[in-house]
Write a protein that binds this ligand. Structure first.
Ligand SMILES: [Zn+2]
Length: 471
């Protein structure tokens, strides 16, 4: 198994930190909850999901942490503009995020720490104190604390540049006039009026943590000083992940991360997604056009994670067609496998398909297009054999059990209409709200069910839930 490590810019054989260990620690930068996440964000989360599932296919146990950034410049600005407290403002987007990952069948991380939890704020302050003691950070005149990047020799190694180049990047902000070096980044931001009541006490006075230190504190709190894999989008490489290394290694003196994996951008119709271009989509925007969660999942997954993905409506149609081919294929195989069971014919028993080009392609830096290429080649060949009644029941059974295994990685199979427990709970809450004539609440719950792919209709004897086809 090999993955491309951003740190070395090379494909590296993957070995876990502990020799012979089957346990992997993975940290993935999660959403900043100031608005609903867009499909570009989900491309990165789906890549991370694929990575986790590939490791699990190969027998590793993955302990994954995904943080929630619920305090930073954007969340504070959003809460101020909406005129609501920060917690209340971020709660709605946190909830929307969890709905979206469910619709997209993204495995939940083992932990979703939020930056504002007191234990993490405490830890951030502790780390900043240590960095100051070691001369790696300093308190500026404005009572903010900055990282002294000149003192960390490895600064720039992840993004592959040296400090002199930083002078010309033009990252100057008018309110950061008292930094020693233009590239020094804030660990602690002194409170100012714009922050309203968002503040914590610290040895440097009231203020709030910088975004980068949040991840260093949450990652080490939950996974320890050293972790196997750290992921994010390419836009996280600099300054965010560069800063995470400087902060964490500045405190622990140990190598923080063994493998850095980054997912490329998502384009829409060949352009950068932006609100002003009108090509900015959230998941509900795509569902509204009649697509399902699994179709979006497939469309966002099928391109190699290091290649830019161009999202188009034609691409969505293709995703739907591809899944239709898989559905039809499975139905045919199941038909043949079932007939044979009835006849008890077990001659020419086909051994299970243990290992295929699908798994091997994924072993090669998650080559998903190679893996899917093999799947569709298999579908073509077995369909041809079925057309000529040349595919036996045992072969059909063998392919079905192979599919079951690889679908643990893809997770794109059509699901039946059974109502999951949490959906049933939402529906029940909606029924109660209607009884109490709280129609605002019941509408909200209907929208939530809708966002999760369930349509609810009122009938004489209550409400009827239907899953949108193919979700
Ligand atoms: Zn992060």
């Amino acid at each position: 198994m090999r993955y491309f490590n951003t740190y070395s810019r090379q494909l590296e054989e993957f070995t876990p930190r502990g020799p012979g260990s089957r346990e992997i620690d993975m940290y993935t930068c999660g959403p900043t909850v100031y608005s609903r996440a867009h499909i570009g964000n989900f491309r990165a989360y789906i890549f991370e999901d694929l990575l986790q599932r590939h490791l699990e296919l190969r027998g590793y146990q993955v302990h994954r942490v995904m943080n929630i950034t619920d305090v930073d410049d954007k969340t504070i600005r959003g809460a101020r503009e909406a005129g609501v407290p920060l917690q209340k403002f971020t709660a709605q987007f946190k909830e929307a995020f969890f709905q979206d990952i469910e619709t997209l069948r993204i495995k939940r991380a083992d932990e979703f720490p939020a930056a504002t939890e007191p234990r993490y704020i405490e830890r951030m302050i502790g780390m900043i104190k240590t960095l100051i003691d070691r001369g790696l950070a300093y308190e500026a005149e404005d009572k903010s604390v900055y990282y002294r990047i000149n003192k960390f020799p490895n600064y720039g190694k992840l993004a592959h540049f040296n400090l002199d180049q930083l002078q010309s990047t033009g990252r100057v902000k008018h309110d950061e006039y008292d930094k020693e070096h233009i590239g020094d980044f804030a660990l602690w931001k002194a409170w100012d009026e714009e922050d309203g009541d968002v503040k914590w006490n610290s040895p440097w006075g009231p203020g709030r943590p910088g975004w980068h230190i949040e991840c260093s504190a949450m990652a080490t709190a939950l996974l320890g000083d050293q972790i196997d894999i750290h992921c994010g989008g390419v836009d996280n490489i600099f300054p965010h992940h560069e800063a995470e290394i400087a902060q964490t290694e500045g405190v622990t003196g140990k190598q923080f991360v063994r493998y850095w994996l980054h997912c490329a951008h998502l384009l829409v119709d060949g352009q950068k997604m932006s609100k002003s271009l009108g090509n900015f989509y959230t998941l509900p925007d795509v569902l509204e056009k009649g697509y399902t969660g699994r179709e979006v999942r497939y469309a966002l997954m099928r391109v190699h994670y290091r290649a830019p993905l161009n999202f188009t409506w034609d691409g969505m149609k293709e995703a739907r067609e591809s899944l239709g081919r898989i559905d039809d294929w499975l139905e045919r195989l199941r038909g043949i496998a079932k007939e044979a069971n009835l006849e008890h014919s077990t001659s020419n028993a086909q051994p299970p398909i243990e290992e295929s080009e699908f798994e091997k392609a994924l072993d090669d830096d998650l080559n998903i297009s190679g893996a899917l290429g093999f799947l569709f080649e298999t579908i073509r060949e077995t369909n041809r054999a079925m057309d000529h009644a040349e595919l036996g029941a045992d072969t059909a059974t063998a392919w079905l059990s192979w599919w079951k295994r690889i679908n643990e990685v893809l997770d794109v199979e059509k699901q039946d209409g059974a109502v999951p427990a949490d959906i049933a709970k939402l529906a029940e809450a909606r029924a109660q709200a209607r009884l109490a004539k709280d129609f605002r609440k019941s509408d909200e719950l209907r929208d939530e069910l809708d966002a999760r792919g369930w349509e609810v209709r009122d009938t004489k004897d209550g409400q009827k839930l239907t899953r949108r086809v193919g979700v």
